[in-house]
Design a binder for this molecule. Structure first.
Ligand SMILES: C[S@@+](CC[C@H](N)C(=O)[O-])C[C@H]1O[C@@H](n2cnc3c(N)ncnc32)[C@H](O)[C@@H]1O
Length: 220
């Protein structure tokens, strides 16, 4: 909805609509949920935090972070996973309304100025599905997904990841947890489990920080 039209709709009407959407999404997620097949969990390791997850990633890799914000985690990726190349993908204005993420791009440009010049970091500004669509097939060793957390966005990001990550590569991401408010519902667990089951991707890691992270390995 364009901002002008939106401002004419009373906020309680918008809230009621959002409540209805979330109720429908809850029903859809309950139907979509599946547990990972047991054989995909045989080698799963539990780690303390997503920083430990980065320490487990292969060094010298080509990788991407989808959903970057101000680059706090991208900084950790460079320091702990030591990639040869890091693609940073974010719309930096999504959802398209005033929000806290807009200043992130300037911070990212300043923070990684040297790496951008050296070509170790590359910025791709746009919707994640579109930006992933521009990366070559099988060009990444691993990817970290932390952009839109609703089911449809996660499914789209995972589909893009499946194409750009090499066989035997890793798809990881944030917020593998149940999170719903009256106005919002995550769909990360539902989307990741479905992908793992459909493609036989084994769970390598789960983390025990507040925003539980996951990492699955695609079949080689
Ligand atoms: C939770 S923040 C990322 C935080 C970052 N990974 C970290 O830990 O420091 C989510 C980011 O995803 C971006 N985002 C959300 N949905 C998106 C989409 N569909 N396409 C591109 N970027 C998106 C937002 O602009 C925001 O910067």
């Amino acid at each position: 909805m364009v901002p002008f039209v939106r401002s004419l709709v009373p906020s309680f009407v918008r809230d009621l609509r959002a409540l209805g959407r979330t109720r429908r999404e809850n029903t859809r997620m309950e139907a979509a949920f599946q547990s990972p097949r047991p054989e995909l969990l045989r080698n799963t390791r539990v780690l303390a935090s997503r920083l430990d997850l980065l320490r487990e990633m292969p060094k010298g890799a080509v990788c991407a972070e989808v959903g970057v914000a101000a680059g706090a985690f991208a900084h950790e990726i460079l320091a702990l996973a030591e990639p040869a190349k890091l693609h940073l993908i974010d719309a930096w204005n999504y959802p398209p309304q005033p929000d806290c993420f807009e200043p992130g791009l300037a911070k990212v440009r300043a923070r990684f100025a040297a790496e951008l010049v050296a070509g170790r970091v590359e910025i791709h500004r746009g919707l994640s599905a579109d930006m992933l669509g521009r990366l070559p097939d099988r060009s990444l060793d691993w990817i970290y997904i932390d952009a839109g957390h609703d089911y449809d966005n996660v499914v789209a990001d995972l589909a893009g990841a499946l194409r750009v990550v090499k066989p035997g590569g890793i798809i990881a991401g944030d917020d593998y947890l149940r999170y719903d408010t009256p106005f919002h519902r995550y769909g990360v667990i539902e989307a990741v489990n479905a992908l793992a089951n459909r493609h036989g991707a084994e769970f390598l890691y789960l983390t025990m920080d507040y925003d539980t992270n996951f990492a699955v390995r695609l079949p080689g």
